[in-house]
Design a protein around this ligand. Structure first.
Ligand SMILES: Nc1ncnc2c1ncn2[C@@H]1O[C@H](COP(=O)(O)OP(=O)(O)OP(=O)(O)O)[C@@H](O)[C@H]1O
Ligand SMILES: [Mg+2]
Length: 303
């Protein structure tokens, strides 16, 4: 369990993190989203005791990170996959971590294999690793002490599609076994695929947080009819105002079941009916962070 309470970080005149509070529960993956410079890494560094907060605080299992005895056994951290000695091999890096945590180094080959680093890679020095290989080593490093909590800053960065798919399964499995994951990413579809909860941050402030399904569900329903005029009059009779997108589909502030049932009852033939949230994270992200189209159709209907 990670608890972040009113975390604030000021650098000179700039508030990098401004009164941020959220909780990550066991058994869940929390996606931490925000544009460049939003304050994700600073928040994560404060949780891990690497950056002292200006005010507020964070705990892992009720204890501030710096006061955890043998923290690697409780929290696995991957903030910067390149922040390792470039002249050490992958195996040496994990061996040193194992010794520091008082663990048996015999587990290392198995751990390297688990993240897809073969014997040749294990013997290679870090400076010869690709970005994706560094991320894989960083994940093995974070999980070496079998912690119940993972804090990962953009772990999918540099991974190939197979690697991203693999990591999704790894994190999902970890959370399903009761683990707690805080994961920042720019890869919205990845977050959408794996996260249970979302925390969206912009300019240091939390813009929105909550269950993924709830947040994306609020995006509404996308519906397309064989005869758009029939759909228009159906929606009108239901007292629902939608907005039409360029491809002729309607975005309506309702759920698919309500629209589907009403269309069936009225004999309106639908060609498409789905929650807008299926591709809605990007739309929500752009809308909330102000980097998107100011005249977002979604905004019109969900306001
Ligand atoms: N050591 C520092 N000194 C001064 N300003 C800093 C420092 N670290 C971060 N900042 C500022 O704090 C803000 C938040 O940075 P942070 O690295 O937390 O963003 P981020 O959300 O992780 O972005 P990205 O997606 O690019 O990784 C930025 O404006 C950044 O310039
Ligand atoms: Mg960052």
């Amino acid at each position: 369990m990670i608890e972040v309470e009113h975390l604030t970080k000021r650098y000179g005149g700039q508030l990098a993190v401004d009164d941020v509070s959220f909780t990550c529960e066991p058994g869940t993956v929390t996606g931490f989203l925000g544009p460049n410079g939003a304050g994700k890494s600073t928040t994560m560094r404060m949780i891990c005791g690497l950056t002292p907060p200006t005010s507020g605080g964070a705990t892992v299992d009720g204890v501030p990170y710096r006061r955890l005895g043998n923290p690697g056994r409780k929290v696995g951290v991957l903030l910067d996959a390149s922040a390792q000695h470039a002249g050490r091999t992958g195996r040496e890096i994990l061996a040193l971590a194992a010794i520091t945590m008082g663990l048996d180094t015999a587990r290392i080959p198995e751990r390297l294999a688990k993240v897809g680093l073969d014997k040749t890679a294990a013997r290679r020095r870090l400076r010869g690793y690709s970005l994706g290989m560094r991320q894989r080593l960083g994940l093995a490093y974070a999980m070496l002490g079998d912690p119940a909590v993972l804090i990962l800053d953009e772990p999918a960065n540099g991974l190939d599609p197979e690697g991203i798919f693999w990591m999704r399964g790894l994190l999902r499995g970890f959370a399903d076994r009761g683990g707690t994951v805080l994961l920042s990413s720019h890869l919205l579809r990845e977050v959408e695929a794996v996260a249970d909860r979302l925390v969206v941050i912009g300019n240091g402030r939390i813009l929105v947080q909550g269950g993924k399904d709830q947040l994306l569900g609020e995006a509404g329903t996308l519906v397309r009819a064989a005869d758009p005029a029939e759909l228009d009059s159906l929606l009108q009779s239901m007292g629902i105002t939608g907005s039409r997108s360029a491809d002729g589909s309607m975005l309506v502030p309702s759920d698919p079941q309500t629209i589907g049932k009403a269309a069936a009852a009225a004999g309106v033939v639908l060609l498409e009916l789905r929650p807008a949230g299926a591709g809605g994270l990007e739309e929500m992200f752009l809308r909330l962070t102000g980097n998107g189209h100011g005249d977002s159709k979604l905004e019109e209907v969900t306001r």
